[in-house]
Design a protein around this ligand. Structure first.
Ligand code: ADP
Length: 193
């Protein structure tokens, strides 16, 4: 059996995390969010958490070696055997190339790459709302939000080019609409509806 992974791309505020939680159930895949993993380290004040605190708070990416190692350790755990849903990884070309090698060596195939699209102004409004509700430090400051959006535009979107060139199934999804509507669009694109 070929193990399958779905990659979920979307700018901050696009609803990626919300969709991932629902897709985890529908696709019976294990949801792996690098952002959640880093925030967990931060809240437990682990050695890694202390190392990345300033980067997270200022909206910068964690160095690739640190991130890749954390993902590799996670993908070695036995619960991923059914398939995974990667959320927030890869975020640049270096991570994408590294992931290709890792998936190849473990017999994983890419079932689909989902790219969620939401207009910028709507993203900023959503993130400010999330800052009030969830108190995420990187959502509270508009300069930090803009930096994350710029990084997404400059680096993460380049990853989509990488997967298109590699002839992987990349699906562009309209992220505006109700949560249910967006989930339905993603499932349809993956042929899982
Ligand atoms: P968002 O998409 O809203 O920015 P995430 O929860 O995906 O939120 O990520 C939060 C932060 O965690 C990022 O701004 C970055 O500092 C760090 N991070 C998450 N994934 C990666 C990654 N693949 N590489 C480097 N840093 C990452």
């Amino acid at each position: 059996m070929i193990l399958q992974t779905v990659l979920l791309f979307g700018p901050p505020g696009s609803g990626k995390g919300t969709q991932a939680k629902r897709l985890e159930i529908s696709l019976r895949a294990v949801h792996i969010s690098t952002g959640d993993m880093f925030r967990d380290h931060l809240s437990r004040r682990t050695e890694l958490g202390l190392k990345i605190e300033n980067l997270l708070k200022s909206g910068q990416l964690v160095p690739d070696t640190v991130t890749n190692e954390m993902v590799r350790d996670r993908l070695l755990r036995p619960d991923v055997a059914l398939g995974t849903l990667l959320d927030g990884f890869p975020r640049n070309i270096v991570q994408a190339r590294w992931l290709e090698l890792l998936l190849g060596s473990r017999g994983y195939g890419i079932r689909g790459v989902i790219a969620m699209n939401v207009p910028h102004e709507q993203l900023i409004d959503r993130l400010k709302g999330r800052a009030l509700k969830e108190g995420r430090a990187d959502d509270a400051d508009e300069a930090v939000i803009r930096r994350r959006l710029d990084t997404y535009g400059a680096q993460t979107e380049a990853c989509l080019g990488f997967y298109k060139e590699a002839k992987k199934p990349v699906h562009s999804i309209d992220g505006v609409g109700s949560v249910d509507e967006v989930t339905a669009r993603i499932l349809k694109a993956l042929g899982a509806a």
